[in-house]
Design a protein around this ligand. Structure first.
Ligand code: SF4
Length: 343
């Protein structure tokens, strides 16, 4: 059995849509039917379009979204086990120390009125994790160096830094409490491409050095492919495919994954125009299509797809895919597979 840092079982996250005087208000299922293990020490990628439920799923694992049905268990390398939906005040304090979020926007995430030292130190002070100011300063210096920040940077304010440096400050703040599990939600999306690689390399280095488990959320499959050990693709609140990235790119088993791969821009002029078009917008989770939720956009949809919801099933090649006709999918065009894909 894999040593799962995060175990998700039959998860559903519901939000009530407004109020009614009679009966129950309608419910939006932002996430439904998710069962997933995130192995300890892995860099686990979660991809999908905006509105696919990936951020809600990530936040549910941090006790920041309601667990309406199912269970999430986080087990740390320190021997602690947290039932995320049932944290009391005391266990929640410990949990917040061990499970952290790195925000998307390094410009909005940092208070402009605080020095970098104070921004990084704040979680230590709020959680009272150090006995003295000297101990706080020592820990701040240690984590700043790990995140490739100079000690002189600690006295400055965030406006003095570039986007990449600000994201390193955000990462240092997330890591200062010595967490085990990190959710990085679109953490490089707001950065220039050249800076993205620098931050991704830093995250991978920190993962290896500190033995962290990452849930890396992105709308960009090419970024996930270069970084992650394993990938799960989400569509309208459900996981539709999971596999290691090399296999996912070579033989996608879900038409949605195939369309995402095909949409990755290629430098080869012969490949241009080969992308499979994904027509229309992702439907509203408040009113999802019947049967397979992808059938309104799927080029392979048949009558069965409109009636019967496909299960996420294990295929002979080790993928899990939620499509009635996975076996009929042709391999991806070789040109669509990024050259440096991992896994
Ligand atoms: Fe397309 Fe049908 Fe497969 Fe859904 S089940 S992805 S609609 S072929």
């Amino acid at each position: 059995m894999t040593d799962a840092a995060v175990s998700i079982r039959d998860l559903e996250v519901h939000y009530a849509l407004g109020r009614t005087f009679f009966g129950k208000p309608p419910v939006l299922k932002a996430v439904a039917g998710i069962t997933l293990d995130i192995p300890r020490g892995s860099f686990f990628g979660l991809v999908g379009e905006s509105g696919s439920g990936k951020t809600t799923l990530g936040r549910a694992t941090l006790a920041a979204a309601p667990i309406s049905v199912g269970q999430i268990t986080v087990r740390t390398a320190h021997g602690e086990t947290f039932d995320v939906g049932r944290l009391d005040r005391e266990t929640e304090k410990h949990f917040r120390r061990r499970a952290q979020l790195i925000f998307q926007d390094p410009y909005a995430a940092l208070s402009p009125r605080m020095t970098v030292r104070d921004i990084i130190a704040e979680p230590l002070e709020v959680m009272k994790l150090c006995k003295s100011r000297e101990e706080v300063n020592e820990r701040v210096r240690e984590i700043a160096e790990k995140c490739r920040l100079n000690v002189e940077h600690l006295r400055r304010f965030p406006h003095a830094f570039s986007g990449g440096q600000r994201q390193r400050i955000s990462i240092a703040r997330a890591l200062v409490t010595n967490p085990d599990y990190i959710v990085a939600d679109e953490s490089v999306a707001a950065l220039d491409v050249s800076i993205q690689a620098d931050i991704l390399n830093l995250l991978k280095q920190l993962q290896r050095d500190l033995g962290l488990t990452f849930l890396f959320i992105s709308h960009d499959l090419s970024v996930v492919a270069h970084t992650c050990d394993h990938v799960a693709v989400m569509y309208l609140g459900r996981i539709v495919e999971t596999a290691p990235p090399r296999r996912l790119f070579a033989t996608p088993r879900h038409p949605y994954t195939r369309a995402l791969i095909s949409a990755i821009p290629s430098l080869d002029p012969d490949d241009r125009g080969r992308a499979e078009r994904l027509d229309g917008e992702i439907p509203s989770p408040a009113n999802p299509p019947s049967g397979c939720a992808f059938h309104t956009r799927c080029p392979m949809a048949r009558d069965r797809c409109r009636i019967e919801t496909p299960e996420l099933r294990l295929m002979a090649d080790g993928h899990r895919a939620a499509c009635h006709f996975s076996e009929d999918l042709a391999p991806a065009t070789p040109a669509a597979v990024p050259q440096t894909v991992t896994g």
